[in-house]
Each structure stands twice: as C-alpha cells, then as structure tokens.
Design a protein around this ligand. Structure first.
Ligand code: FAD
Length: 484
C-alpha cells in the first residue's frame, strides 16, 4: 500500500460529519504533513493510514470513534507511537492520535497526579520531580505514558514502587460504542482489572490518575562497565549478589558495544562490554553501601554510578533509542540466571555486530512480586528477569543480520522462557499473547472483551479476541450513513 491507495476508501459523508464536529487536526494522504504524521518511532515500520485524527479531548475521541464505526475502517490508537511492531498505525485505516493531549496536573497535597494520554514519560517525571515525587514508569523519556501503562510499565522504580499500573488509581476511557467511563477499584472494577495489563483492548484511554511516591530528586545511579570477556563471571557474581539486595535497588544488565557517548572514554567506543546499571530509589548513602560489592567485583573498565538527579538518570538511554532508527525485538522472562542462561547469553552477545544492538535484562521482584498475580491483568509478576534483545540499525542496512542475531539469541534461551511482557512483543500471534497472560487470565480477558468491545474494534494491538479465535468471526461493519 502507498499514500495513493490509502486515500481511496474513506466514505465522504462520514468524513464530512467528522470534519464538522472535530476540533483537532485531520490529516489525509494528500496533506503535506502526511508523511511525517504517519511515521512512528520504529523506522522499520511504514504504513499508510487513510486518515490521522489528532484528538484534542474526549469529544474528538468520541467523534473519531464514531467515524471508525460508520466507515468500518480499520482503527489504530496512538499515544507516544513507541509500539515495537507498529500497532499504533494501520494501513488504509483511521489512526486516533492522542499526542495533542499533554495535560499534567500534580496535586502535592493528595500526592496524586493526573496525566492525559498524549503525555510522554519525560514530561511526567519533570512535573512530579518538581515536588520530589514520581510515578514508576519506563527508562526512555520519549516513550508514551499511555501504551506503556496499559501494558504494565516496568522501569527503574518498580522494585520499590511496583509497576506503573500498581500506582494507577483510575483511567478515563471511551469505549467502542462511544461511551465515556471512569474505571477504578470502585467504579467498573472488572474493567479496571483488565486495563491494568491489557489496556488497549477495551477503549481509548484519555486520562490517567496516579498515586505519587517520594523519589530523589537525587539518586545513586548509573552504569558500571566490564569487558565482555568477563561477562560469565560478572553475571555469576550478579546472580548471587541480587539475592540479597533491598527493593530500593533496581538494576538492568546490558550486553552490547560501548556507545560513543561523551561520558564514555573514546578508547572504549565500540568495545564489547557488559554493564550493570543501578538506580537506588532510597537514601544515597545507604545506596553506596549496597552497591559497594558490585563496584569492587573484578576490574571494571568504567564506573559511572554516582549521585545524580533522577531526571538525568531517566534520560540515560535516550541516545541509544532514537526515533526513526530500525528496530527488531524479541523478549522473554527467565526465572533464574542459571549457568546455561548465562553462558548462552554471553556467547550470543559476543557475536553482536551492530554498535547499536543490545541485550538487556531487567531485574524483577520486590514490589512487583508483592501484588497478587490475579489482582491485575498483567502476567508474570513472579518472574526473575525480563530479557529484551534488540537488533538496532540506523537504516535498512545491516537490519536483516541484526534480526537474525536477535532471533538466534532468543531461540537459544527458549528452554528457559517462563513468560513474556506484553509490551515487549512484536506481532507474534495468539500463542505468545497466551504466554503473556496465561490461559486463565486470557479467558477472563476475553469475557471482558465481549462486554466492552464485542466487535473487536480495538484490534490493532496485542489482541484479546472476543471469542476463541477459531470460532470468532467479526461482524460486518454497519452500513455508512446516507449521503447528505
Ligand atoms: P503507541 O505506539 O502509541 O501505542 C502502543 C499501543 O498501545 C497501541 O497500539 C494501542 O494498542 C495502545 N494504546 C496507546 N495509547 C492508547 C490509549 N490512549 N488508549 C488505549 N490504547 C492505547 N516498556 C516498559 O514497560 N518499560 C520501559 O522501560 C520501556 N522502554 C521502552 C523504550 C523504548 C525506546 C520503546 C520504543 C519502548 C519501550 N517500552 C517500555 C515499551 C512500551 O511500553 C511500549 O512500546 C508502549 O506501547 C509504548 O507506548 P506508546 O504510547 O508510546 O505507544
């Protein structure tokens, strides 16, 4: 498909009706802004929607959903545009884009914050850190709050304060039939359960409410680097060390080539390394005690773990994940860093070719595991580590090789897979979605889907089909309104 074919199917009467009631910008394939507007973060995805509707508020969302229902066009919902497989844009369909909705309000008295769906993580951190507080969320500031939260939300503060959904108090959303609802523990508790892990399936979320917790503003944080040759020993040490660390400490291990950043000495640029990146969410002095054994292990090439503003630490991965580069991912949870997991991971990491590709492991546990597995739709609270293996290139050049490296690394870990984080999936099919939620939760989510989106209007996502996929045939879209 290209821009010309994307322009064809839009029903004129339905479009006119939308135009008459819509306040935001409507971008069609003949608009000079179209080519920029259809882009998302992952440059390897190129889709051609028939219409992009930039919503300024709930009324615009309701109008755009009505247009989708009337025309029967495929629908995608986009907030930060960071979906790995590009599910927030669709060929020949309507994209509901929430990016103009960037309102944030922090209430320091009640320690709560409200954030609209178009907010990016960096903006929320900036506002909450002004009051010395934070919402636990992800590790790259330009990621969208909405998509991240609705899948769970893992990051630097999760061992201390849980997933992003664990601090979520309510969501406002517009359902497939255009109804506006607020879901919380008290109102629509079933829906509130479902949006905490499978959120994109039940409606368009327009606003979130979060509980805030104290963080920083100075934290002990940063990477310590060792040569890749030492990775087997570093990981064995790490495996033992993390059995006894407090929940305040979150670590991510990354195996890659050292990036050419100003903080990395030039002689290390491009050298294969293993790094353990820490973020201690409590008192800095206490953090120094906890991190001391890690610093003392072996012979680090570089130690950048130091007191710094939480906001600065939150941005450390930004240069490694630039918008527009080509990305391919495979992810899995692994319960334990067994010798086999360590040896297989390091053997594959040693073969990484692109200076941008990485193999990362998030340490789970702590507050994530203290919430009951069935309390939210999110699956895998008892997991040990979330692996995220990504093949990254600046363009198509070398991408096929990186993709093959990612697949090989991931496949070698297959005997150890214990689940997968839904937000780290590509388009991998029904079985992988089942792995993300488990069979029982998937059944419960399907029942919820039948209640709130029986026609599967919201299907450009990690989709919960309303029935067993083999039995379910989506009904025909309603007939368009008569031309005026
Ligand atoms: P979009 O592409 O806009 O949306 C993704 C999907 O979410 C949509 O297809 C839709 O199904 C749904 N959706 C989005 N907005 C809405 C809405 N308002 N209402 C209903 N459904 C909606 N995840 C983590 O947990 N922790 C991390 O540290 C982390 N780091 C990341 C870093 C980068 C660079 C990237 C690209 C991703 C990262 N992720 C992380 C994964 C991230 O959680 C998902 O990619 C998430 O979907 C991004 O949200 P978004 O709003 O930017 O995505």
């Amino acid at each position: 498909m290209d821009a010309a074919t994307a322009a064809v199917p839009l029903d004129a009467a339905a479009y006119r009706e939308l135009e008459n009631s819509f306040h935001g910008r409507l971008v069609r394939p003949d608009d000079p802004a179209y080519d920029e507007a259809r882009k998302i973060w992952n440059g390897s995805i190129s889709k051609f929607p028939a219409l992009i509707a930039y919503c300024t508020g709930v009324a615009d969302v309701v109008a755009a959903l009505r247009c989708a229902r009337l025309t029967g066009l495929p629908l995608a919902v986009r907030s930060g545009g960071h979906s790995f497989p590009g599910q927030s844009v669709c060929d020949g369909g309507l994209v509901i884009d929430l990016s103009p909705m960037k309102g944030i309000r922090v209430d320091p008295e009640s320690r709560t914050a409200r954030a609209q769906a178009g907010v990016l993580l960096g903006a929320l951190d900036r506002e909450t850190q002004h009051f010395g507080m934070a919402v636990p969320a992800g590790i790259v500031t330009h990621t969208g709050l909405a998509g991240l939260t609705l899948g769970g939300g893992i990051g630097w503060l999760m061992r201390r304060y849980g997933l992003t959904i664990d601090q979520m108090l309510s969501v406002d959303l517009v359902t497939a039939d255009g109804a506006f609802l607020t879901a919380s523990e008290r109102h629509e508790p079933g829906l509130f359960w479902g949006v905490r892990g499978a959120g994109g399936n039940f409606g368009v979320v327009t606003e979130f409410e979060f509980r805030l917790n104290p963080v920083g503003p100075t934290v002990l944080a940063g990477p310590i680097l060792w040569p890749m040759e030492d990775a087997p020993e570093v990981l064995r040490f790490y495996r033992d060390w993390i059995t006894d660390i407090p929940d305040d400490l979150m670590t991510i291990v990354v195996l890659r080539k050292a990036p050419p950043l100003p903080v990395v000495p030039p002689e290390l640029h491009g050298r294969r390394i293993i790094t353990v990146i820490s973020c201690y969410a409590g008192d800095v002095e206490a953090g120094e005690q906890v991190v001391r054994p890690l610093r003392a292990f072996g012979r680090p090439l570089l130690d950048l773990c130091a007191p710094k503003p939480f906001l600065q630490h939150q941005a450390m991965f930004d240069p490694s994940f630039r918008p527009g580069w080509w990305y391919y991912f495979r992810s899995c949870d692994v319960d334990r860093l067994s010798d086999d997991v360590i040896d297989s991971t390091t053997a594959h990491a040693t073969r990484v070719a692109s200076p941008l590709s990485t193999c990362g492991m998030f340490h789970l546990g702590g507050a994530v595991a203290r919430v009951g597995e069935d309390d939210t739709a999110f699956g895998g609270r008892g997991g040990g580590h979330t692996f995220n293996i990504n093949g990254n290139c600046t363009s198509a050049e070398g991408f096929a090789e990186e993709r093959a490296w990612v697949r090989d690394t991931w496949s070698a870990l297959k005997p150890h897979h214990s689940g997968v984080y839904v937000n780290f999936l590509m388009d991998e099919g029904e079985e992988r979605i089942r792995q993300a939620y488990g069979a029982d939760k998937l059944r419960r989510l399907r029942a919820l889907k039948r209640e709130f989106d029986p026609t599967n209007l919201f299907r450009s996502n990690q989709n919960i089909a309303p029935g067993e996929p083999a039995q379910f045939t989506p009904p025909a879209p309603p007939a368009p309104p008569p031309a005026r």
